[in-house]
Design a protein around this ligand. Structure first.
Ligand SMILES: NC(=O)c1ccc[n+]([C@@H]2O[C@H](COP(=O)([O-])OP(=O)(O)OC[C@H]3O[C@@H](n4cnc5c(N)ncnc54)[C@H](O)[C@@H]3O)[C@@H](O)[C@H]2O)c1
Length: 305
């Protein structure tokens, strides 16, 4: 390390303290919401749950909304709701299987020519098997990784170039609390969500390193939400989050350009503790709070509907 690097190291400690103070200030006085009127927002997994609600909310905010989903029935449902809200002319939907990168690139080309350059990309689609590792079929595990994590490579590669060109845009990852902590019955799911968190984290660093400060990233890590995806899970430790409340927080985090959104807030505390406490004490806490058995009663969306 030369003298200049050493100087920068010392300076970086003071800058880090400044950012700490800024974070505390921002906790009480949040950054103003950005105006997204006229933005082109692409939501994957738009046919159901969180994705469907994000389409509606961004439509109401004056955006052109592009919805992707593998389910045509789901997309039709979202289209109907958008029509009921008088937002039909601002909604463009495309059937796309995210686990097939050729479909992702083809659909991206269509979006570019039909609607324009996407300015906010929300990687939201996801699946969960809910099976323990030895009970989970290889193909299902691969699918989980492909949809929940690997597809983000293709969507980002498809839509980031125009954001970089204008130094303006936003990449949002709807990951999960399972992207921060492992839970029994979620080995494949947690692996895919840790990957999604990691890739967005590295992308954020890459953007800063490229001095593309106008392109933002937001990583969303929620606990269970009542969309049906996790039907049957034992959520006795913390109440399941209502879809409305979750979507409100996600939209707010995007508009305020938050880098991370963990919900409920308690997750920030537990995540911090994890860095401080010995691994065994986290395990004991998991046992005592019932987290370790939460997936034992999992049914999931497909079997419950
Ligand atoms: N619901 C929860 O408790 C919860 C908690 C934390 C994180 N999440 C995450 O939030 C996101 C949305 O979850 P949700 O609860 O709204 O689920 P959901 O099942 O209601 O919606 C997921 C959507 O993704 C679509 N999809 C699945 N495979 C696809 C594929 N190959 N190509 C394109 N689309 C595909 C589905 O058709 C569906 O419309 C997921 O990534 C999920 O992992 C959910």
């Amino acid at each position: 390390m030369d003298f200049k690097e050493f100087g920068f190291l010392i300076l970086s400690h003071f800058i880090a303290i400044y950012y700490w103070l800024e974070a505390i200030f921002r906790f009480f006085v949040p950054r103003a919401r950005k105006d997204v009127r006229g933005d082109i927002v692409l939501v994957t997994g738009a046919g159901s749950g969180i994705g469907q609600r994000l389409c509606i909310e961004f439509g109401k905010l004056g955006c052109e909304v592009v919805g992707w989903d593998i389910s045509e029935v789901g997309l039709e449902r979202t289209k109907k709701i958008m029509a009921d809200e008088n937002l039909e002319s601002h909604f463009f939907c495309y059937k796309c299987d995210l686990s097939d990168r050729h479909q992702v690139y083809d659909s991206a080309r269509k979006v570019k020519s039909d609607v324009g350059d996407v300015t906010i990309l929300i990687n939201n689609a996801g699946i969960v098997t809910g099976k323990k590792i030895m009970d989970c079929h290889d193909e299902l595990m691969i699918k989980t990784m492909e949809i929940n994590a690997i597809s983000h490579f293709w969507t980002i590669k498809a839509f980031l170039p125009s954001m970089l060109e204008k130094d303006c845009g936003h990449i949002v990852t709807v990951a999960s609390g399972a992207g921060l902590f492992g839970v029994p019955g979620q080995v494949d799911y947690a692996a895919s969500k840790f990957a999604a968190v990691g890739l967005t984290d590295a992308l954020n660093m890459e953007l800063v390193h490229m001095k593309k400060n106008g392109v933002k990233t937001t990583t969303v890590c929620p606990y269970y939400i009542d969309t049906g995806m996790f039907d049957g899970v034992d959520t006795s430790i913390l109440p399941i989050i209502k879809l409305d409340a979750a979507v409100e927080l996600i939209v707010d985090a995007i508009l305020r350009e938050k880098v991370y959104l963990l919900m409920p807030r308690l997750l920030y505390f537990i995540y911090g503790l994890r860095g401080l406490l010995p691994a065994k004490s986290m395990l004991i806490m998991g046992k005592a709070t019932g987290v370790l058995r939460s997936m034992d009663s999992f049914v999931g969306r497909n079997k419950s509907k």
